[in-house]
Write a protein that binds this ligand. Structure first.
Ligand SMILES: Nc1nc2c(ncn2[C@@H]2O[C@H](COP(=O)(O)OP(=O)(O)OP(=O)(O)O)[C@@H](O)[C@H]2O)c(=O)[nH]1
Ligand SMILES: [Mg+2]
Length: 352
């Protein structure tokens, strides 16, 4: 006898536009007491498409009065690291807290006043319209007069490289003004300590999230960078993050490409030797160098291929870990998402 099991109605994901969207604006800050108050004041508390707007500041072990100034300026929540953990960690702390408080959209904006908070409505529009999971504020770097030609060129070049590595069309890859849907925030996980910008873009591309860009305004900032010690340090650190993240998601492709030249050179050398030996009646005296170099080359190529296969298996494990993380975070933040955060009277401070 066959029992017919009637499936229950499928659990469709909640459509963003069907419910009021809670917008969180997060600001990662390190020693920003001079500028953070203005940034917080400029954040509109009434944004089209959002039922509430809350401001969360991650004070990353500032040695000045950043947290106090942010609280006085009206930040709804301030999370403090006891000591400086770096922008990327601070970003992840902010995302985790926003999710726990039930955020539907999270906007990241810098504390130095480089970005214009009035552009937030434009930034979140593609997410509210369910056309994107991640939206990057495009500063249109080529038109920024206060950037030196060298900085403009390297920003352009860097964005092209990130575009190739991630597979997403992104004109301004290191812009810190960006918006993430709840789904994207649950999926992405920053492991670097320097910056989150490039790593989250490559992850978004590899995880199949929809990434789009909207033009935004950018102001000149004159205070020294809190993030880097100059253009070289910035490029070196971002390049290291890019290579590591790319290898994490495309190990087999990377190691196969690395292995191919070694295998090709080794094969040619050994093939030449075989032909020579055949002509000389089995003798290859005078060609020992070719034999040694060819053999070593083939061995290196094979080792690289094996490394790629092992890394590919590890990638499979990472995929499962990412799925577990996603489900865990969804469950952890699900209750808050349903009930919604209370509007606090005074900014509470969480210490991590
Ligand atoms: N939480 C935290 N925030 C940081 C850290 N380093 C930088 N930031 C913040 O990250 C944002 C971007 O840092 P900036 O110093 O403006 O770096 P940038 O915009 O890449 O560089 P510039 O173009 O020189 O301004 C600012 O809000 C900083 O306060 C850090 O170690 N921890
Ligand atoms: Mg800046």
């Amino acid at each position: 006898m066959t029992t017919l099991i009637q499936p229950s109605a499928p659990q469709l994901p909640t459509r963003l536009s069907d419910r009021p969207l809670r917008l969180f604006v997060q600001i990662c800050a390190l020693n920003e007491q001079e500028t953070i108050a203005q940034v917080i004041h400029d954040i509109p508390r009434d944004v089209a498409g959002a039922v509430s707007v809350q401001v969360l500041v991650v004070d990353d072990g500032s040695t000045d009065n950043t947290a106090l100034v942010a609280a006085q300026a009206g930040a709804d929540l301030i999370v403090r690291h006891h000591h400086n953990k770096g922008l990327a960690r601070a970003f992840q702390t902010g995302i985790d807290n926003c999710l726990a408080l039930g955020a539907d959209i999270i906007v990241n904006i810098d504390a130095d006043g480089q970005y214009d908070a009035a552009d937030i409505a434009e930034l979140i529009r593609p997410i509210a319209a369910q056309q994107a999971d991640v939206v990057i504020g495009d500063r249109q770097v080529q038109t920024m007069a206060h950037f030196t030609p060298a900085k403009r060129f390297f920003q352009w070049l860097g964005s092209r490289v990130v575009q190739t590595a991630s597979g997403v069309d992104v004109p301004d890859a290191v812009s810190g003004f960006r918006a993430y849907s709840r789904e994207a925030a649950l999926r992405l996980f920053v492991t670097s300590t320097f910056s989150y910008t490039v790593q989250t873009l490559i992850q978004a591309g590899k995880l199949g999230l929809a990434v789009s860009s909207v033009p935004i305004r950018a102001r000149e900032t004159t205070r020294p960078s809190r993030l880097h010690r100059g253009m070289l340090h910035f490029m070196r650190s971002q390049a290291a993050i890019l290579v590591r993240t790319y290898i994490t998601y495309e190990p087999l492709k990377t190691f196969t490409v690395l292995a191919l030249p070694f295998l090709a050179v080794g094969s040619i050398l050994v093939a030449r030797l075989v032909v020579f030996a055949a002509q000389q009646g089995g003798q290859f005296i005078g060609r020992v160098q070719s034999l040694v170099v060819g053999t070593i080359s083939i061995v290196i190529g094979l080792l690289l291929l094996i490394t790629g296969i092992i890394a590919d298996r590890m990638r499979e494990n990472r995929y499962l870990l990412e799925e577990i993380m996603y489900r865990m975070r969804s469950l952890q933040s699900g209750a808050a998402a349903v009930s919604g955060p209370d509007q606090p009277d005074a900014p509470p401070q969480a210490e991590t």
